[in-house]
Design a protein around this ligand. Structure first.
Ligand SMILES: [Zn+2]
Length: 169
């Protein structure tokens, strides 16, 4: 049984319901939202409109819609930031690094010199990521890393607008 993180209320449901300024793109089954932690400027997530936790909970329609949305925003990120590469990843369960119990597919423009600490490809071992059963949040250096990459709502909104303006028609 995959152990899920606990977060109440669900921050992604809150974003979908109450924080429309965070939404970059939308489709019938998905929303693309900005990630409040900008380890890379422009990093965002494609989320399901439904509150479901993992890949295992998705319908076939949602599976297809997620990759279509990811490709759309990847195209926008390439136009907006000229990254060295685009990293996509997705976590299922606390032991894979999942921190919010709502399906989200990361789309990240990689640039030189970033320092994530957590998340692929840096999540080399569970111990290294500071995870223990029943504990959903990371320990060690990650709190400090997060603090460093937390940006203001105004900056996030600017980033959202820039990416949105670069979406394919
Ligand atoms: Zn949710």
């Amino acid at each position: 049984m995959i152990e899920l993180p606990i977060r109440e209320p669900c921050d992604l449901c809150v974003a979908a319901r109450e924080e429309s300024w965070k939404i970059i793109d939308e489709s019938e089954h998905t929303l693309t939202v900005i990630n409040p932690w900008q380890f890379e400027v422009g990093q965002c997530c494609v989320i399901t409109r439904r509150h479901v936790a993992t890949l295992l909970d998705l319908s076939d329609q949602e599976c297809g819609a997620i990759l279509v949305s990811a490709k759309r925003v990847a195209e926008a990120l390439v136009r907006a930031y000229r990254p060295l590469g685009i990293l996509t990843f997705q976590n299922n369960g606390v032991f894979s690094g999942q921190e919010t119990p709502h399906f989200h597919f990361h789309v990240v423009p990689r640039q030189k010199g970033s320092d994530w600490g957590i998340g692929p490809p840096q999540l080399a071992t569970f111990d290294g990521a500071g995870r223990e059963r029943g504990i959903t949040h990371d320990a060690g250096e990650d709190a400090r890393r997060r603090e460093r990459v937390q940006v203001s709502a105004e900056q996030l909104a600017e980033t959202v607008n820039l990416i949105r303006s670069n979406l394919p028609a």
